[in-house]
Design a protein around this ligand. Structure first.
Ligand SMILES: CC(C)(COP(=O)(O)OP(=O)(O)OC[C@H]1O[C@@H](n2cnc3c(N)ncnc32)[C@H](O)[C@@H]1OP(=O)(O)O)[C@@H](O)C(=O)NCCC(=O)NCCS
Length: 161
């Protein structure tokens, strides 16, 4: 498995991979993937196994609070799940964030996404207390705007390593 920054020539493969993340992840447009590859590649790692796009993560360092890195999407191809690919991708984002001296990685997932919940907890993220509980997950109502309730997770970083 090779993990490397997203390159413009791989954006079509990433778009097709993201479609396999339904219903929890919806693919964005090719212009957005172009943008990620051109402006944010060091926090957008892809994992490739023998020519197959096995997984990808899309993350960004905040311009409003440069100590924060937000992970927008993580998708692993169904044939490669439970083989540590999400761990590899998040390790890559985390290393980049630590190198910058960031203090926090955070992300959200939709209430009911048990695979994501299990993954983030195993990788050391904390499910941030919300205003209600859904199937054992803390959920923050309207976190991403009206009606967009999300379970929020964060991993605190300890600076350079
Ligand atoms: C969530 C997702 C990214 C996890 O990817 P993955 O590569 O299978 O995860 P990993 O193999 O790195 O798993 C690491 C650990 O997380 C936990 N985990 C992973 N999938 C899990 C599941 N379905 N249920 C419970 N725990 C799970 C396990 O503890 C696992 O370690 P183990 O396999 O040794 O027990 C993948 O299931 C996926 O692409 N889902 C669809 C898209 C999605 O929902 N993305 C997240 C929303 S942004």
């Amino acid at each position: 498995m090779i993990v490397s920054p997203l390159r413009p020539e791989a954006t079509g493969d990433v778009e097709r991979l993201m479609a396999l993340g339904e219903p929890y992840v919806r693919p964005r447009t090719s212009s957005e993937y172009w943008l990620y590859a051109r402006l944010f590649s060091s926090t957008c790692p892809v994992a490739v196994s023998e020519g197959t796009m096995a997984g990808a993560a899309i993350a960004f360092r905040s311009q409003d609070d440069p100590t924060d890195v937000y992970v927008q999407d993580v998708v692993v191809h169904p044939d490669f799940r439970r083989r540590g690919v999400a761990r590899l991708l998040l390790d890559s984002v985390r290393a980049r964030a630590v190198g910058w001296g960031c203090r926090r990685l955070y992300l959200t997932s939709e209430p009911g996404n048990r695979a994501a919940h299990g993954t983030w907890l195993t990788l050391g993220f904390r499910n941030v207390p919300g205003d209600r509980e859904v199937e054992g997950m803390q959920v923050s109502s309207n976190f991403k705007g009206p009606g967009k309730d999300r379970a929020v997770y964060e991993l605190l970083l300890n600076g350079r390593s």
